[in-house]
Ligand binder design. Sequence first.
Ligand code: NAP
Ligand code: ZN
Length: 352
Amino acid sequence: MYKVKAYSAASATSPLASTTIARRDPTEHDVQIEILFCGICHSDVHHVRDEWHDRMPTVYACVPGHEIVGRVTRVGSAVTKYKLGDLAAVGCLVDSDGTCPECQAGVEQFCPNRILTFNSPDKHLGGITYGGYSDSVVVDERFALRVPSNLDLAGAAPLLCAGITTYSPMRRWRVTKDKKVGVVGLGGLGHMGVKFAHALGAHVVVFTTSPNKKEDALRLGANEVVVSRNAGEIHKHACTFDFILDTVSADHDINGYIQLLRRDGNITLVGAPAKPFAVAAFGLLFGCRNLSGSLIGGIPETQEMLDFCGAHNITADVEVIPIQKVNEAYERLLKADVKYRFSIDMASLKSD
Ligand code: NAP
Ligand code: ZN
């Protein structure tokens, strides 16, 4: 066991503050990674503030962070995929049973025994797992991912959650050339959704509540931008979309978006507001439309996504911040005031 610096929240109403946590010494299949950058996902905020209490109550002290890139600094004796000095990344998952049908299918996120990067039981040290707002992390090499060497590391970190969460449903629902794709909400997930849909050749329409994001949306790859506070503008697109990705983090009306789908079209929710939605059955009945959800992605698909990003030179647009600004960053995230992901430069932790 060794000690590392980290930032944790002591309760749902406490700010994140400097602390020290324990990490296990690498066992034979583990890699120890010095964390260089960690993205700030809106799920970190939901967790830290215990907003998902009914589904996944937060255990305090909570060290969030599941968009991790860094360098391998120690390897266990049986590690084969990594050597000292390699770049490696960790997303939302750090373990699973490896034997259940979900693991066998490469969708470890649905394993009944999955261990999330933070706020899951820690079978090695007891207590709960601690996330990436820290100096280093130790994971089984099965849950470490390779980062293409051409990618900027600060911008690559958010691929580990925002990237895979938007890439996976687009592959599942066959977003390809000439499909009409909507992305609702231009935040961390949404802007990655735009980049992927554009790279896959789709005609991309962004729905945003923020008129000041219009030019950025076009630069990121959108063909059209609709300010979603204007119902008339939305309605012009009725019955035309093959696929819509809803990334909104707060309560909102999804019925207007369901109406935009063509026959057999799909709207997938990846945003996770705490409050349940009201869905009008008629919107789905007329047109046999589909409403789905999607949760991050399994390890094989996450590697596929990273390789796709390497091939297309895709990273997140990031605002790099020192860890000391994390509480301010949370407040800005709640105001949709980030272009488009905060990425924490973990070197800043050394000066704490
Ligand atoms: P984010 O950066 O805060 O982006 C959310 C965007 O939603 C905002 O930028 C804003 O975009 C829009 N929005 C915010 N409040 C709104 C409101 N009241 N009405 C309409 N639009 C609103 O958050 P994120 O990190 O992308 O995460 C988005 C959601 O996905 C969160 O709930 C998060 O927990 C969830 N998530 C799910 C998964 C999964 O596996 N399913 C993985 C990661 C995150 P505009 O300014 O463009 O309107
Ligand atoms: Zn996330």
